[in-house]
Design a protein around this ligand. Structure first.
Ligand SMILES: Nc1ncnc2c1ncn2[C@@H]1O[C@H](COP(=O)(O)OP(=O)(O)OP(=O)(O)O)[C@@H](O)[C@H]1O
Ligand SMILES: [Mg+2]
Length: 362
C-alpha cells in the first residue's frame, strides 16, 4: 500500500474513533439502540471496503446490523466486555464470495478492538445508571414509609386522648338524655363517629408497629373458627356465603392471636365488601412440611393490574369516602411481616380476588 493510501486509512480510523466518542458523549440513555446503530455505521464508514462491509453489534438485548448480511461471510470480531465479563461482540463482515480474511487491515483490527472497548464502557455506564435509579427508587420508598410510620405514630398518640374524651363525654350525655329525642340521635352519631375514628387510630398504631406483640406457639385452627363466628352476622347482613376448609388436626404456629384475628378480619371484611350478592368467600388453611398457607378468596371484581402494586400502601383505597381508610392491608402486611410471613395477591378465576398468606414453620 502506498504511503498516501496508508495515511488515508489512518485518518479514516481516527475519524471513526473520534465519531464513536462523540456519539457516546451525546448518547441518549433511552435510545441506546440508536447509539449502537450510529456506532456500527461509523465503523463501517472507516473500512477500506466500506461499501461491501456489514458491521454487526450484538449485546443482549441489542442486536444491530449496519446493512443486510450476505449469506456467507468472512469476518473479524472483538468481544464487548462489561465489568470484565464478555457481554456480546462487534463483527465486521465481508461477503465470502469476493473477500478473504486477508482483506482486513491490521489497523482495522485494532480499531475494532478500540470501538468494542468504547462500547463496553458505554454499556457499563448504562448498567450503573440503571442500578442507581433502582436504588434511588427503593430508598425513596423506604424513606416515605419510614417517615409515614413516625408521623402516624405521633398522630395516633395525639388523637387517642381527645378521642377517648369525646367518646366518654358523649356517652355521659347520652345517659342523661334517656328519651329517644333528636338530641339523643345526634349523640349516637357522635358516638359512632368517635368509635370509627378510634378504629382508624388503632389501625394507625398497628401500622406504625406501636402495638406490643405477643408471640406464642398456638393452634391457629380455633383462632380462625372464632374469627369466622364473630364475622358470621356480617356475612348474613351482606347476603354473602362462606366456606371454611381446615385441616383435621391442630396447626401450630408461633403467632400473636389478636394480630392474626386482625388479619382475618381485615381480609374477610374486604372480601365481603367487594362480594356480589350470594357470592362465595372461601377461607382455606393448609399445612405442608415447611409452610402454613392461609387463602382467602372472593368472587368480587378483583383488583385491576394498575392497582395491584398500590393496595398495600397506607391510605390507598377505592372504597367510597367514609367506607374505608385504606389502612387495612397495610396493617395486614405489617403483621404478616412481623411473623416472617408473606402475603400475595392473585386474581381468582373466573373473577375475584385471592390473598395468599404464607408463614414459614420454625
Ligand atoms: N377482596 C378485594 N377485592 C377487591 N379489591 C380489594 C380487595 N381487598 C382489597 N382491595 C382493594 O385494596 C384497597 C385497599 O384495601 P385496604 O383493606 O388496605 O383498605 P380499605 O379496605 O379500602 O379501607 P380499610 O381497610 O381501612 O377500611 C381497597 O380499597 C380495594 O381497592
Ligand atoms: Mg380493608
Amino acid at each position: 500500500m502506498t504511503l498516501e493510501k496508508n495515511l488515508k486509512e489512518r485518518i479514516k480510523e481516527l475519524t471513526c474513533l473520534y465519531e464513536v466518542s462523540s456519539i457516546i458523549v451525546n448518547n441518549d440513555y433511552k435510545e441506546l439502540d440508536k447509539t449502537l446503530f450510529s456506532i456500527a455505521l461509523s465503523l463501517r464508514k472507516s473500512l477500506q471496503y466500506s461499501k461491501n462491509a456489514t458491521v454487526e453489534i450484538i449485546s443482549e438485548p441489542y442486536h444491530l446490523i449496519s446493512s443486510a448480511l450476505p449469506s456467507k461471510t468472512v469476518s473479524i470480531e472483538s468481544t464487548i466486555n462489561v465489568f470484565n465479563e464478555p457481554k456480546g461482540f462487534i463483527k465486521i463482515h465481508y461477503p465470502a464470495k469476493k473477500f478473504t480474511k486477508k482483506d482486513f487491515l491490521t489497523e482495522e483490527k485494532k480499531l475494532l478492538k478500540n470501538v468494542a472497548i468504547n462500547v463496553g464502557d458505554l454499556l457499563e455506564r448504562v448498567a450503573i445508571r440503571e442500578n442507581e435509579a433502582v436504588v434511588k427508587r427503593k430508598m425513596e420508598h423506604a424513606d416515605r414509609l419510614g417517615i409515614l410510620g413516625e408521623i402516624t405514630a405521633g398522630i395516633a398518640h395525639e388523637l387517642n386522648t381527645p378521642l377517648a374524651n369525646i367518646l366518654g363525654f358523649a356517652e355521659l350525655l347520652k345517659s342523661k338524655e334517656t328519651d329517644n329525642t333528636q338530641t339523643s340521635k345526634d349523640i349516637d352519631k357522635i358516638i359512632n363517629s368517635a368509635i370509627f375514628s378510634r378504629e382508624v387510630v388503632k389501625k394507625l398504631m398497628f401500622f406504625a408497629c406501636e402495638m406490643p406483640q405477643n408471640l406464642g406457639q398456638t393452634d391457629i385452627v380455633p383462632v380462625i373458627n372464632e374469627a369466622m363466628n364473630l364475622l358470621d352476622p356480617t356475612f348474613k347482613k351482606n347476603e354473602v356465603k362462606y366456606k371454611v376448609t381446615l385441616p383435621k388436626g391442630e396447626v401450630l404456629l408461633k403467632a400473636d392471636t389478636i394480630q392474626l384475628t386482625q388479619v382475618i378480619f381485615n381480609l374477610v371484611l374486604n372480601a365481603i365488601y367487594f362480594s356480589p350478592k350470594d357470592g362465595l368467600i372461601k377461607i382455606t388453611l393448609e399445612e405442608t412440611k415447611k409452610k402454613i398457607i392461609l387463602k382467602i378468596s372472593d368472587e368480587g371484581p378483583g383488583i385491576s393490574a394498575g392497582n395491584v402494586q398500590k393496595i398495600f400502601q397506607p391510605f390507598f383505597t377505592t372504597k367510597t369516602v367514609g367506607d374505608g381508610s385504606g389502612l387495612g392491608l397495610s396493617v395486614v402486611h405489617g403483621i404478616i411481616r412481623s411473623h416472617r410471613g408473606t402475603i400475595d395477591y392473585q386474581p381468582n378465576i373466573p373473577t375475584g380476588a385471592t390473598f395468599i398468606i404464607t408463614f414459614p414453620k420454625q
